[in-house]
Design a protein around this ligand. Structure first.
Ligand SMILES: NC(=O)c1ccc[n+]([C@@H]2O[C@H](COP(=O)([O-])OP(=O)(O)OC[C@H]3O[C@@H](n4cnc5c(N)ncnc54)[C@H](O)[C@@H]3O)[C@@H](O)[C@H]2O)c1
Length: 679
């Protein structure tokens, strides 16, 4: 399975954005439109967005040249003949789309997979126009496709598992967060987003509140930058209007536009968002908007269109809401949520209380979420940390679910090896910082110590399992993520994999075994280098010092894992051999030796340029964290792993009680540089 070249048909607002994203990620893209002027317009769109990215320091001029060099704009549809995937983004017209797919079916090679970015048509129906229904699916992007990270993956009736896997690979290669959705009207996100917009217009029509009050309330409740009216003004009232008609045709009248939305569409004018906010109306607006979302989200779940996690993820990633519908229900309480839905459905004869919501209400329990998935195939258990919207950050719930899933996999006699991986862009980018801040502020540092000790037992289980455990490092592994990866027997990475310990830069030290396992594997000098500087090593550098065993391409990583497991080459603790260090790391090792360490820490002595740079980096870190990490690494280097881990745990209360720990953790949330005082 490979994705080297992708064709995109349609160079409009979606097509050109999809092409840009593909090319940004190093994949060749062919962008097709019917007329040269449309192709050129698409190219101009891409250039404009890229030049803004240069202004914001996201890309260099050189990089944008490379990106543009990977795009071929053309009016010749046959230019997509040898692509691995073709994504259709033409007008939302069933006949236009079907005719296009018929042509593509004749032109493209046998193995090319087709995808449609349709917002409203059935994937199964679109697939009926071609002879490769097994290699056809929906890939629904969100505006702007180069920036919005959500991707709905929608299989049709005949879509094969291989095609879904290719879509997942595409999603990984392009840094998208994919959610899996059934071929249902509005798929997952538009099914509740469109009624949410529509309900706002009904509130206006009924005179419940004016536009600014509705927008202001929505912004506060969903924690978003724009309210429904402001959003419609930006994305287009026609899209909202047509979407309500599309949904109502396939579902029922509840989804049909209000008269006021229709009038506004016919007037071809934007909403007037001026006026005063009337706070006395906020509660009514809040309840109606929430009830709309709760009702539809529960119905989606009941119809098995998407999982509870994916529905929430769709709202958070695609719409940038702070919480998804189910998380919001938990926040307001299931009882309250059930009550407002009960009032709401009385207004609309076509609606009823979703039975799942009723069941949840009767159970008196909150919705629960799976953050760690387990799949067993071909004797390999894959444990996926699945919180891509939070870069898979660990917290109490994630660790406890990891424990549960790992134990199941470990006990299963059919499982020959266990793979740990992260969904989306990251492996695991650390721990939930907010949790630590909350506990420190509540004076409950004991809870942090208990949580960390529990984390140690889970990592020790991974370490001690009789089965080989592989960390699949296809993204960032920071802090707790790096520590989980190091508890595995080997690490297999792609070039996107990287590993680092940022803790001393935020006032603490690695507390989940990082000071000890790193020391055992690469020696105390390089462990100190990584922990004191927070340097993030890319996969190849990590391999050069012996932290990572294999670096392979993203397309090959799964087959490499299967090969290692099936050929019996992968034994328990077969990794982490001492390697011959590259010259640069030999030098670094010397700096961090007992003889030279003080110079690097103080910036004194005879340091060359590299030494001075390292010393300067360390000077920005929290002094107590550096001092404690140094002490724990030194003492731990004489102990066995278990005693070393106990030692690491024994200083947690001390480090989390420092002012610098709170300062460092707060600095992450507030996105500012910390100022450490050494207290
Ligand atoms: N705009 C959004 O926010 C959004 C979001 C998700 C999905 N979509 C879907 O994406 C698709 C495209 O939407 P858009 O907003 O980019 O539309 P658009 O009107 O901006 O662009 C469509 C482009 O397709 C070209 N085209 C039409 N027929 C063609 C053909 N046979 N061959 C090659 N090119 C052809 C047109 O010339 C035009 O440049 C639609 O199906 C839409 O429902 C849109």
């Amino acid at each position: 399975m490979k994705i080297r070249k992708v064709g995109v048909i349609g160079a409009g607002s979606m097509g050109s954005g999809i092409v840009q994203k593909i090319a940004q990620e190093g994949i060749t893209a062919v962008m097709v439109d019917v007329k040269e002027e449309f192709v050129q317009k698409g190219m101009e769109n891409i250039k404009k967005t890229l030049s803004k990215a240069v202004e914001r320091g996201i890309f260099t001029q050189e990089q944008t040249k490379e990106i543009l060099g990977r795009i071929k704009g053309t009016t010749e549809i046959k230019d997509v003949k040898d692509t691995d995937l073709v994504i259709e983004a033409v007008f939302e017209d069933m006949n236009v789309k079907k005719n296009l797919f018929k042509d593509l079916d004749k032109i493209c090679e046998e193995e090319t997979v087709f995808a449609s970015n349709t917002s409203s048509f059935s994937i199964t129906e679109l697939a009926s126009s071609i002879n490769r229904g097994d290699r056809f699916l929906g890939l629904h992007f969100f505006y702007h496709p180069a920036m919005n990270r959500l991707l709905e993956i929608i299989p049709g009736r005949d879509t094969s598992q291989d095609t879904i896997s290719l879509a997942e690979l595409f999603s990984r290669l392009t840094g998208k967060i994919a959610i899996h959705v059934k071929d249902a009207p509005g798929f997952a996100v538009n099914r509740f987003f469109v009624p949410w917009l529509n309900e706002a217009t009904r509130l206006l029509e009924e005179g419940v509140a004016n536009v600014p009050t509705i927008d202001d309330t929505a912004k506060k409740v969903f924690k978003i930058g724009m309210g429904p009216f402001e959003l419609m003004n930006v994305t287009g009232i026609p899209i909202a209007y047509h979407s309500t008609i599309g949904l109502a045709e396939k579902l029922d009248d509840f989804y049909l536009h209000s008269n006021c939305l229709k009038n506004q569409f016919e007037k071809r004018e934007n909403w007037d968002v001026s006026g005063e906010v009337d706070a006395t109306k906020a509660k009514m607006v809040e309840e109606r908007l929430l009830a709309t979302v709760f009702t539809v989200a529960c119905t989606l779940l009941e119809e098995d269109v998407a999982s509870i996690e994916d529905i929430d993820r769709g709202a958070k990633v695609g719409l940038r809401w702070a919480l998804g519908p189910f998380e919001i229900m938990n926040k307001y309480g299931i009882k309250h949520s059930y009550e407002i839905v009960t009032d709401f459905v009385e207004k609309y004869p076509k609606l009823k209380i979703p039975s799942l919501l009723k069941k949840q209400y009767e159970s008196k329990k909150e919705w629960s979420f799976n953050y760690v998935d387990l799949k067993i195939k071909d004797n390999i258990a894959r444990i996926t940390i699945n919180r891509p919207e939070a870069m898979n950050a660990i917290n109490e719930e994630v660790i406890s679910q990891l424990d549960r899933q790992f134990t199941i996999a470990d006990k299963n006699p059919n499982v020959k090896a266990i793979v740990l991986e992260g969904a989306g862009k990251a492996f695991i980018a650390g721990a939930d910082i907010q949790y630590f801040i909350k506990k420190i502020k509540e004076n409950k540092i004991d809870d942090i110590c208990r949580f960390t000790r529990y984390g140690h037992t889970v990592l020790n289980k991974i370490d001690a399992s009789e089965k080989p455990v592989i960390a699949k490092l296809d993204g960032l592994a920071l802090g707790g993520g790096a520590e989980i990866a190091l508890a595995a027997d080997i690490i297999i990475a792609t070039k996107k994999g990287s590993i680092g310990f940022p803790e001393t830069g935020i006032g603490i030290y690695p507390g989940l075994g990082g000071t000890q396992r790193t020391t055992q594997y690469i020696g105390k000098e390089l462990a100190k280098y990584l922990i004191f500087t927070g340097k993030i090593l890319d996969a190849e550098n990590a391999q050069s010092i012996g932290l990572v065993e294999y670096v392979v391409s993203p397309e090959e990583i799964d087959s490499k894992i299967s090969e290692l497991v099936n050929t019996g080459k992968l034994l328990k603790k077969s990794g982490k051999q001492m390697v011959k260090l590259p010259e640069e790391f030999e030098k670094i090792k010397e700096y961090f030796s007992d003889n030279n360490l003080q110079d690097v820490l103080s910036g004194g002595g005879e340091l060359n340029e590299l030494g001075k740079k390292i010393s300067k980096t360390i000077s920005y870190k929290a002094p107590i964290a550096i001092k404690l990490a140094n002490q724990i690494i030194d003492e731990g280097s004489h102990l066995n792993l278990n005693d070393g881990l106990e030692l690491e745990l024994s200083h947690l209360l001390e480090i989390f009680s420092t002012q610098d720990a709170l300062e460092g953790l707060n600095s992450v949330v507030m996105r500012r540089r910390p100022t450490f005082t050494g207290k």
